[in-house]
Design a protein around this ligand. Structure first.
Ligand code: NDP
Length: 306
């Protein structure tokens, strides 16, 4: 069985950054990228808020650069998905792609989170062409345009108020007649004049043409079907952290996010560290994920050299 000193799972900003730091600390890291190398960022186009790129940077190029940097510094970056894990033994035991077994002394979990989508074919068709699950990433492209945000939780309210500062009009598509969001966030939405809440509405179809999204067809609870004209269609109906594989050992919160100790990457299992969106229900930005990958590598180094 292959023995790995420091195993990193996840090919997003957290995983690659952990690999960069772990390589420089001579931890001989092995990183499995999973089936979406580059992570969530690759679902967007241009990243304009990653420091150091005044002209913006293509998301795929940014991730390819992080990957290349990790490889250059000596990380063993591999395609493959960890399909099972036993963190109750030492060294930890893991299986890749259902067959290749390996053991690891330290483990950095950087598996990320996936935004939930409605599951409509038209929504997939226009992903990256007006359909987005990240207002902070993509809102800028809809300046002075009309957009819609689906959801009624804190994220939806936060994204709607953020977008209201950039866009002409923001529709919130809410499936019930109440918002789930905290009172403070609801208040913010109520006090933002260019947000209109469409209560009791579900999306039947995202409308568009060759240039991207042009609108959405909605259905109200009473059966009324109507269209709205928007250029951007933002999903804010929650995220799903990719922690299922580890939750038998590693403590998670009620939504499945891995709980880390204070500002560290330490989990309740000694030698297991978590970084990036899998442990971050709040900020969910590439720069934060990268920073937490750095922390995880420094924590793993300290643990392995103990
Ligand atoms: P939530 O689960 O809180 O809210 C999801 C929202 O999406 C709900 O309004 C829900 O409707 C709606 N929804 C879910 N599925 C569908 C669907 N298929 N079609 C239409 N609407 C749907 O997720 P959030 O991401 O908003 O928040 C996650 C956690 O993070 C929460 O605990 C939140 O408080 C926290 N958070 C805190 C922030 C802050 O403090 N500033 C900012 C952002 C998040 P319904 O209500 O009918 O179920």
């Amino acid at each position: 069985m292959e023995h790995v000193n420091c195993l990193i799972i996840g090919g997003g900003p957290a995983g690659y950054t952990a690999a960069i730091y772990a390589s420089r600390a001579a931890l001989a890291p092995v990183l499995y990228e999973g089936n979406e190398p580059g992570g969530q960022l690759t679902t967007t186009t241009v990243v304009e808020n990653y420091p150091g790129f005044p002209g913006g940077v293509d998301a795929n190029q940014l991730m390819a650069g992080m990957r290349e940097q990790a490889v250059k510094l000596g990380a063993d970056v591999r395609r493959g998905t960890v399909t099972s894990a036993d963190l109750g033994v030492r060294p930890f035991r893991l299986v890749v792609d259902g067959s290749a077994e390996l053991e690891a002394d330290a483990l950095i979990i950087a598996t990320g989170a996936t935004a939930k989508y409605l599951g409509l074919p038209s929504e997939s068709k226009f992903r990256g062409m007006g359909v987005s699950a990240c207002a902070t990433c993509d809102g800028f492209f809809y300046r002075r345009k009309d957009v819609a945000v689906v959801g009624g939780g804190d994220t939806a309210c936060e994204e709607a108020t953020y977008l209201a500062g950039l866009c002409r009009k923001v529709y919130m598509i809410v499936r019930r007649d109440v918002l789930r969001a905290s009172e403070a966030m609801q208040e913010k939405v109520r006090n933002t004049p260019n947000i209109e809440i469409l209560w009791n509405c579900n999306t039947q179809e995202v409308l568009g043409d060759a240039s991207g999204v042009t609108g959405a067809r909605l259905i109200r609870k009473n059966g009324e079907v109507f269209d709205i004209n928007v250029d951007g269609f933002f999903l804010a109906i929650g995220h799903h952290p990719q922690s299922d594989l580890f939750s038998a050992w590693v403590n998670t919160d009620d939504q499945g996010y891995i709980i880390t100790e204070g500002a560290t990457s330490l989990t309740n299992v000694e030698g297991v560290f978590a970084a990036g969106d899998v442990q971050d229900p709040r900020y969910r930005q590439a720069i934060n994920a990268a920073a937490s990958g750095c922390r995880a590598a420094l924590d793993a180094e300290k643990y392995l050299k103990k």
